[in-house]
Design a protein around this ligand. Structure first.
Ligand code: NG6
Ligand code: CA
Length: 482
């Protein structure tokens, strides 16, 4: 019996948009491995991340709680404390309770330790290992934030004790050059005003300051290869127990710095190149599962933590070599946005012989994974656990076409989707983020769109249907208070 339970690999990528894969309609880039996965599994056309940025999305994914309910879940600096509270059932904890071996490999960005001030040279707890993962190999925040080091089970990997690490987000530490003072040392220029001009590591200016840990610092070109190898090692490590792997890739988040053999391959600049590399890594994972004899009994979920952005802080040619590629496909907005481009992302589920290939239009969200796997693994949740998570396992496995009835989306503003209607609540702040050239979805007047006829959210129908606006506003209010 026990050996029949499938392994689960959750492949989570960073800032990949709805239009970035050829299976989702991209024509300027080809992603054969993901196309294949989509062909063998279910491709969701209305699958959502919990939020339009990384930290809140990951918080929702891990806890089954909408992140806007909890303060402190915005994009975290690299020295932040862990934001997943103790005593709740996380997604990996469900697997652990069900007897799985659990691991996270890749980007974390949910904080580490109990405080901002911490000793990076000692073990840092609590972290993923205290919240449901038996094994962790990660980088703390984002590729553009210090410290630029890998951590294995709470400790910086390859640290030389005679060269201790110090990290600070408020003031410069150490004597090393910064992008601001020494731009001539950069191999990839930072875009003005985005703030990627602090400590230079591997020729790239970062957000935040660090000193020391010279030998432990990563080389960006090696990051995806390192994560891939660690993911493979984890999958192959124990045969008699099923595993849950959260493989959290950094692509195509900035700084985009593909491995040498992918540089220039896409013709779309490094953003396209790292998407190709990410696609390749998915193929490698599948091949490794084959090699281990585990492919048939492994459920793979592939999705992204938020929508796409071209210029997110570096002059990496994502804009100048865009070549007509539409990273959000037909959707409006992108990363940071309350429009569909912010959270509607690629979402693919595959499980050989168990999931029949299909395209599903059901409304599903990453916040639903906790309740879904609670049901699947028969591990009950406490009444206070995962308050916003719905069991959509039958839908995820293609046994039902029913999705959520309502979903709250989080850009800057909150939005509510119910059936074909989408309501974006009035929100102050600029309608256009001029740094990234992305529409935020902010407007001081309510917005109402009919997604069944206007997927691109071009016609605000709020004036035409005031009663609908009122109904949706009230429902959102209720959900906020529940
Ligand atoms: C933003 C950064 C952006 C990126 C993002 C986090 C600026 C101006 N921009 O604050 O470059 O790092 O945070 O991305 O600082 S996320 O996908 O992890 O949410
Ligand atoms: Ca992200």
């Amino acid at each position: 019996m026990a050996q029949k339970r499938p392994n689960v690999v959750l492949i989570y990528v960073d800032d990949l948009g709805y239009g970035d894969l050829s299976s989702y309609g991209a024509t300027k880039i080809k992603t054969p491995h993901l196309d294949q996965l989509a062909k063998e599994g279910i491709q969701f056309t209305n699958g959502h991340s919990t939020s339009a940025t990384c930290t809140p999305s990951r918080y929702g994914l891990m806890t089954g709680e909408y992140p806007w309910r909890k303060s402190g879940t915005g994009v975290l600096p690299g020295d932040a404390a862990l934001i997943i509270p103790e005593g709740i059932t996380t997604l990996p904890a469900l697997f652990q309770r069900a007897g799985y071996r659990t691991g996270v490999v890749g980007k974390w960005h949910l904080g580490l330790g109990t405080a901002v001030e911490k000793d990076w040279n000692a073990e840092i707890t609590p972290g993923p290992n205290e919240r449901g993962f038996d094994y962790s190999f990660l980088f703390p925040a984002t590729a553009d934030r210090v410290p630029t080091v890998f951590m294995e089970n709470g400790r910086v990997l390859g640290l030389d004790p005679s060269d201790p690490i110090q990290v600070d987000y408020a003031k410069k530490v150490g004597l090393e050059p910064t992008g601001k003072e020494n731009p001539e040392l950069l191999k990839m220029k930072a875009s003005p005003n985005h703030g990627h001009d602090n400590t230079i590591v591997n020729g790239i200016g970062r957000i935040g300051y660090m000193s020391g840990g010279t030998k432990a610092r990563w080389t960006d070109e090696e990051v995806p290869l390192t994560f891939l190898q660690k993911a493979k090692d984890f999958m192959g490590a124990g045969r008699d127990q099923p595993f849950f792997l959260f493989y959290s890739l950094t692509e195509p988040h900035v700084p985009r710095m593909p491995s040498t053999f992918f540089k220039g391959k896409s013709g779309l600049g490094y953003r396209g190149d790292v998407i190709l590399q990410m696609d390749w890594a998915v193929g490698e994972i599948r091949q490794e599962l084959e090699r281990l004899g585990l492919a048939k009994n492994t459920l793979i979920i592939f999705t992204s933590d938020n929508g796409p952005v071209l210029n997110d802080g570096y002059e990496d040619e994502a804009v100048t070599k865009q070549n007509g590629h539409l990273p959000a496909g037909p959707l409006r907005g992108g990363k940071y946005s309350a429009f569909e481009g912010g959270t509607r992302v690629p979402f693919i589920v595959a499980w050989p012989r168990k999931v029949k290939p299909a395209i599903s239009d059901a409304l599903v969200s990453q916040v639903d994974l906790v309740a879904s796997f609670s049901a699947f693994l028969r591990q009950p949740l406490a009444a206070t656990d995962a308050p916003d998570s719905e069991n959509l396992m039958p839908t995820l496995l293609g046994k039902s076409s029913m999705g959520r009835e309502v979903l709250v989306q989080q850009g800057g503003a909150l939005a509510l989707v119910k059936g074909n209607w989408k309501y974006i609540e009035p929100n102050k702040g600029p309608a256009l983020n001029t740094l990234t050239n992305l529409e935020t979805g902010n407007a001081e007047a309510p917005q109402l769109y009919d997604l069944s006829t206007d997927q691109g959210e071009t016609q605000n129908l709020a004036q035409k249907h005031p009663e609908k606006v009122q109904e949706m506003a009230q429902l959102l209010q209720q959900l906020k208070q529940s």
